[in-house]
Design a binder for this molecule. Structure first.
Ligand code: 13P
Length: 347
């Protein structure tokens, strides 16, 4: 990208604000199909009104800007209005929270590679990014998905996904949006932590090769990776200390220091696990010499509790907001390496 373009400074400062000390990102960008599953889990219908009410509840939580720097939205939400007519995006900007937008069109089966996927959505992306910026978005997200097990991920799947991530990131920076670059190595499976380490290392190497090759300015992006974990159904799962060691070892080998921040996804870890692991990573970070901010960009890790507490009922909005603020405080403490399990009871 053009480093003399005045918008470059904006990208740098937005990326830094997204990973500011004590704060992280809320991923509330579930597609209509994914939010359907979340709403079904509490017995609520997947109507536009329910999707709006749920997200409005989160964005009206008093003081959430103290722990949440930005929110990733789905297309529908970026255009939606609250019950009183206020655009939802305005609820965020009025609170000083940065709105972002998911722009990929989802992972599709990759030809010739059984059970692997490539993320689509590049066609027409330049025009969509311009519109999203006009609608108030200041950053974007694109998620690539890699599977572990049975000789996966293949180099083929890593290469095509890394190439697409870099094309997306370059287009974002051209449009004045900070790209969140999300290569997710899934935790599904019974593999050990070494297998996750190898897959994550190979993926990040190729992602940063492609980002460099395609002229993406690393200072104006945020990386959103998986932590290095044992598979979800592994018999002997790694402890938070092992996760922290392996994650930092992997990233120090592959992620350049120019990247301002790494915002982890929760990826289906439970609330306790995603909080303890983030805490352990941050406790180790200084000694390990990590040059980047290490924060969160959690979807399920921030939303499971408020979704349950709300249960789709108007009378539970305050309880849903309390559950959201509590989870956000816990995760934000972990982001500083200052989480203690007793804090779960204290607030
Ligand atoms: P999870 O934290 O639930 O993995 O969601 C984060 C996300 O945005 C995945 O793309």
């Amino acid at each position: 990208m053009d480093r003399d373009d005045p918008r470059t400074d904006d990208l740098w400062s937005t990326a830094q604000a997204m990973v500011a000390e004590g704060k992280g990102l809320l991923a509330a960008d579930e597609s209509t199909g994914t939010i359907a599953k979340r709403l079904a889990s509490i017995g609520a219908d997947n109507t536009e009104e329910n999707r709006r009410d749920y997200r409005e509840m989160l964005f009206r939580s008093e003081g959430f800007e103290r722990t949440i720097s930005g929110v990733i939205l789905f297309d529908e939400t970026l255009r939606q209005r609250a019950a009183d007519g206020t655009p939802l995006v305005e609820l965020l900007t009025n609170a000083g929270v940065i709105p972002g937008i998911k722009v990929d069109a989802g992972a599709q089966p990759l030809a010739g590679a059984p059970e692997e996927t490539v993320t689509e959505g590049l066609d027409g992306l330049r025009a969509r990014l311009t519109e999203y910026r006009e609608l108030g978005a200041r950053f974007a997200k694109w998620r690539a998905v890699l599977h572990v097990g049975d000789d996966r991920p293949t180099t083929y799947a890593i290469d095509v996904n890394a190439h697409a991530l870099a094309r997306y990131a370059a287009l974002c920076q051209e449009a004045g949006l900070v790209p969140i670059v999300e290569p997710e190595v899934l935790m599904d499976g019974d593999h050990d932590i070494e297998a996750c380490f190898d897959a994550t290392e190979a993926t990040l190497r190729e992602v940063f090769y492609q980002l460099g090759h395609q002229g993406v300015a690393l200072e104006g992006m945020v990386l959103k990776p998986n932590m290095v974990l044992s598979g979800k159904s592994a018999s002997d799962r790694a402890t938070p200390e092992e996760v922290a060691e392996m994650t930092l070892a992997c990233f120090l080998q592959t992620v350049p220091a120019a990247v301002p921040g790494i915002a982890f996804l929760s990826g289906g870890q439970g609330d306790e696990e995603s909080t303890l692991n983030l805490d352990a990573i941050n406790r180790l970070a200084i000694d390990a010499g990590a040059p980047w901010e290490l924060t969160f960009s959690y979807g399920r890790g921030l939303q499971a509790a408020p979704l349950r507490a709300w249960g789709g009922k108007r009378e539970n909005v305050a309880a849903g907001q309390r559950a959201f603020l509590h989870r956000a405080r816990m995760v934000a403490a972990a982001r500083m390496g200052a989480y203690e399990p007793e804090m779960e009871e204290a607030s």
